[in-house]
Write a protein that binds this ligand. Structure first.
Ligand code: ATP
Ligand code: MG
Length: 573
């Protein structure tokens, strides 16, 4: 981590202080606790960078904990992909014990423990079973300005509560018939403190435990238990949990009374929660519910569609883990809600790829150019650097046979002022090959240019004139005889509105960008057909592209546009 201002954020200072004051027992432990009910997105990536990053910075551990306490929407597919995406971002979980899964936890493995803790609370008169219906329960809870009303069951004896709770567990009641509530304070101005529900009945199978349970713990009860029992020292989450913090502390206090807090090097480990502003990005949506809707209703081609803000989507688009980490670093960690411009992320991607991506030539909107004085059967090899910024990347040879594809935009039959590219009577350089002078073009009945003709200067092989005369335009090309036909997927923003949810109607689909994906066919130089899925390139003068992870083959190359070559965007620092 560099020592820029954004890296010395308030959470880092908070941890630093605890380390200095000996509260961690010699080891900072953090966790990233995704619910396996979707794929992780760029917002989660920010939390990943923070949770794993802080553990790394302080030489501690970060656990990956699947927070699988809500059985309805969770699955192994999600769980496995969350793991894959975290590793791809460059992080790995670690913890006690050895083996690849050290530091990996399922919250559901703690269900027995949570149940035991709930019984302990009942026995101590700190929790009770309540049979108010959902609506009644809300009404009794009331509003922050006025004290709420006690449930009629609030003073049931611990013995009777235990009986009901055990019957809840045994499946004797239907969903919603009873719940377990912590007995705290019905008059608290914080409504999360007004006897919150900590267990509810759900007759739903769990993706790991099957039908073992029909009661499930609520997040506010389960999360501090998970953190505490794993020996987490610093639990970081998004701002919406700030008002839940007193409840988090209440649960940790009860665990302390039960003697359940772990001891590390003689220090009792008391987990603490702090909150930071979530990452929001314009021109997209980030809620997993909405992303799922885009997928299931077929508005995109799966969770890893390159237009999605998911980590797997960004991988398929060609973004690099380093660029995503750099973006998260630049966005910084604060307590103020704000929106980030996707252009910053694209800028980070461009910065990295400019240094690392091999240069290649591809033509996405082809028109043929014939060098009339070249001679049939004449093939010469052109040598070009793989990366002008990195000599060690070497050079490559490309055949040139006198007929090439160029991009349609590089030709104008009647050139505008300052158009230095191909036009009748004008000289241009065909990159690395020769100087070419256009003499005219052939058009079809619709008036479209189908073929461009001209001659080359035989004294200019390599691209420079023997007499030293200057040529302004240099054009990229693909040789017709050795080039390979390819598909290009050109991606743009998924939505046309900065905030697709702005009208609050939930009708965000109407702001989808109809131009967010354009599939076009063109040609690539021979080496590009040999690329492996997942390899990234700079297509000269066009943009950064990646060979598609799944669809690219040597016979039918498929490239996704990661990002265009240039943009007016400049980061503030
Ligand atoms: P969503 O709101 O998209 O459904 P979630 O918050 O329910 O996401 P979880 O799986 O519970 O998803 O999140 C795991 C962790 O990631 C939590 O600690 C959460 O605070 C954090 N997180 C989720 N979204 C963001 C975001 N946009 N920015 C930063 N952190 C986030
Ligand atoms: Mg959540």
């Amino acid at each position: 981590m560099n020592e820029s201002d954004t890296s010395r954020h308030f959470l880092r200072q908070w941890i630093e202080k605890d380390v200095a004051e000996g509260r961690t027992g010699g080891k900072v432990v953090t966790r990233f606790p995704p619910e396996p009910n979707g794929y992780i997105h760029i917002g989660h990536a920010k939390a990943v960078c923070l949770d794993f990053g802080m553990a790394e910075l302080f030489g501690g551990e970060c656990h990956l904990r699947l927070d699988d306490t809500n059985p309805t929407k969770e699955s192994d597919e999600y769980a496995e992909n969350i793991k894959k995406d975290i590793k791809w971002l460059g992080f790995n979980w670690s913890g006690e014990g050895d083996g690849v899964e050290s530091g990996f936890y399922n919250a559901s493995n703690m269900f027995e423990k949570m149940y035991e803790i709930a019984e302990n609370l009942i026995k101590a008169g700190q929790a009770y079973c309540c049979n108010l219906g959902q609506d009644e329960w809300k009404e009794y809870r009331g509003v922050p300005e006025k004290p709420g009303r006690a449930s009629p069951s609030r003073d049931t004896t611990p013995e009777r509560n235990l009986e009901i709770f055990r019957d809840m567990k045994a499946g004797k009641y239907a969903d919603g018939e009873w719940c377990l509530r912590a007995k705290i304070d019905m008059a608290s101005p914080n409504i999360h403190f007004r006897d919150p529900v900590i267990y509810r009945i759900r007759h739903v199978a769990h993706y790991h435990l099957g039908d073992k349970w029909c009661i499930y713990p609520m997040y506010d009860f389960a999360h501090p238990i998970e953190d505490a029992l794993e020996g987490v020292t610093h639990s970081m989450c998004t701002l919406e949990f700030e008002v839940h913090r007193p409840l988090y502390d209440w649960v940790v206090d009860r665990l302390d009374e039960m003697g359940m807090l772990p001891i590390r090097n003689g220090v009792k480990i008391r987990t603490e929660q702090r909150e930071f502003a979530r990452l929001n990005i314009t021109y997209t949506v980030m809620s997993k519910r909405l992303l799922l809707q885009l997928v299931t209703d077929g508005h995109v081609n799966g969770w890893d569609d390159p237009r999605m803000p998911t980590v797997c989507g960004m991988r398929r688009r060609g973004y690099t883990p380093g660029a995503i980490r750099e973006f998260c670093e630049r966005v910084g960690v604060t307590k103020v809600e704000s929106e980030s411009d996707p252009a910053l992320l694209e800028w980070c991607v461009r910065e990295e790829l400019n240094k690392t991506a091999l240069r290649r030539m591809a033509v996405v909107d082809p028109v043929k150019v014939v060098v009339d004085n070249w001679g049939t059967g004449n093939v010469r090899m052109v040598e070009l650097p793989n990366n002008p910024l990195d000599e060690s990347a070497g050079v490559r040879q490309i055949p040139f046979s006198g007929e090439v594809w160029i991009d349609r935009a590089d030709f104008m039959e009647v050139p505008e002022k300052k158009f230095f590219r191909m036009a009748p009577g004008q000289e241009v350089r065909l990159r690395g090959a020769c100087i070419f002078k256009c003499t005219g073009c052939v058009k079809n009945d619709a008036g479209e240019v189908v073929e461009i003709h001209g001659t080359w200067d035989p004294e200019s092989w390599g691209g420079n004139a023997a007499d030293g005369r200057k040529v302004k335009g240099t054009i990229h090309w693909v040789d017709c005889s050795s080039g390979v036909a390819a598909e290009f997927r050109l991606y743009d923003k998924l939505f046309t509105e900065k905030d697709p949810l702005k009208d609050g109607s939930g009708e965000f689909l109407k702001y989808m960008n109809p131009e967010s994906l354009k599939v076009v066919n063109g040609y690539v130089e021979p080496l590009l057909a040999q690329a492996k899925g997942g390899e990234r390139f700079q297509f000269e003068r066009t943009g950064y592209f990646i060979a598609d992870e799944y669809d690219h083959t040597t016979v039918k190359p498929v490239f996704n546009r990661t990002v265009t070559l240039k943009d007016s965007y400049k980061p503030a620092n």
